[in-house]
Design a protein around this ligand. Sequence first.
Ligand code: PLP
Length: 402
Amino acid sequence: MAQNSARQAGRHFLQIPGPTPVPDRILRALDRPVIDHRGPEFAKVTKRALEGIKTIFKTTNPVIIFTATGTGAWEAALTNTLSPGDRVLMVETGQFGTLWKKMAERMGLKPEFITTDWRHGADPKAIEAKLREDKNKEIKAVCVLHNETSTGALTPIAEIRKAIDAAGHPALFLVDTISSLASADYRHDEWGVDVSVGGAQKGLMLPPGMSFNAISDKALKASQTSKLPKSFFAWDDMLNMNKVGFFPYTPATLMIHGLVEGIEMLHEEGLDNVFARHKRLAEATRIAVKTWGLENLNKNAAQVSPTITAILLPEGHDADKFRALALETFNISYGASFGPYAGKYFRIGHLGDINDGTLLGALSITEMALSLAGVPHKKGGVQAAMDFITAAHADPKKAAAE
Ligand code: PLP
């Protein structure tokens, strides 16, 4: 940016891993007069949203829409299924795994925390071992993040389901899919998840302020006996009112219009194409990082995130200063760093309404910013990413198989 300029030309590069840029079509859908939230027109829109969101979670069961951010839907998942003092098994995949555990503690639950080095996702074997140790079946829920947004690790949810079954354990299975839903394949029913927690501001491309609980029959049954206090987040009132297209309170009505539009856009592109696009952009980013000679925070190549890449800077280089310089100079926002690695890495979000050109713009800026900040690296990361993307389009079948 020209120094001392009051304006930065062009669109801001919002490369944080959510909220993601809201596409014009969704902005247009949001931009309309407010209507009666207890009238017939709104009931029709709500019913479309409630049916549509099921196709995104891949469930035939109800999905509840909350006027709250993802943190609210975390709370709803716990408070509707559990009782004070219940033991829950959680995994320290990173910042968000840690925050969910903190919430469980505040709510009077007893989390058992499987610790990690923040460089891996959840390990199905470690979960199975913990559940096998629990001879009296006192653990009431296993809570895992599908995608740990703070580190870029994608946990295989189907394998965690298998681990719970292999241990013969009856615990509920609660999964946070906030930064993977509508970006990576997610199958609430097929994977035997009891509560899936989603958010609007990532793959669904909406502004922040809406979140979801997809619920299984088992979770619904648990909600009838769970003793944690619930009011705003109570599922029963919601399910009753949703049947006729309404909410127990005034929902964020315009966001429901936006949600219907977002779901339509995802199906127009085709969910499998959406997932393939995210995979391609993530792989292109990792190729650039490797070419630069920098290190990916996530160490497990089998658990790489399709939506975010966390990049470690070499010793002695402050990632927060790097982010500030890039913002000031190139009008780009990267994700911050957390926990034991605070100040040591930055995150590139590559999710939502993003295409090859947007990503390559962001990677070009990153390569320039690395030079400007004096971070030692090799050139050619952007070229390598371009070569990969070109090859992926030349042979989509090969790219999909990789
Ligand atoms: N879980 C994950 C994986 C997230 O990425 C986030 C936010 O980025 C949250 C939970 C919290 O959601 P919110 O900030 O919408 O409350």
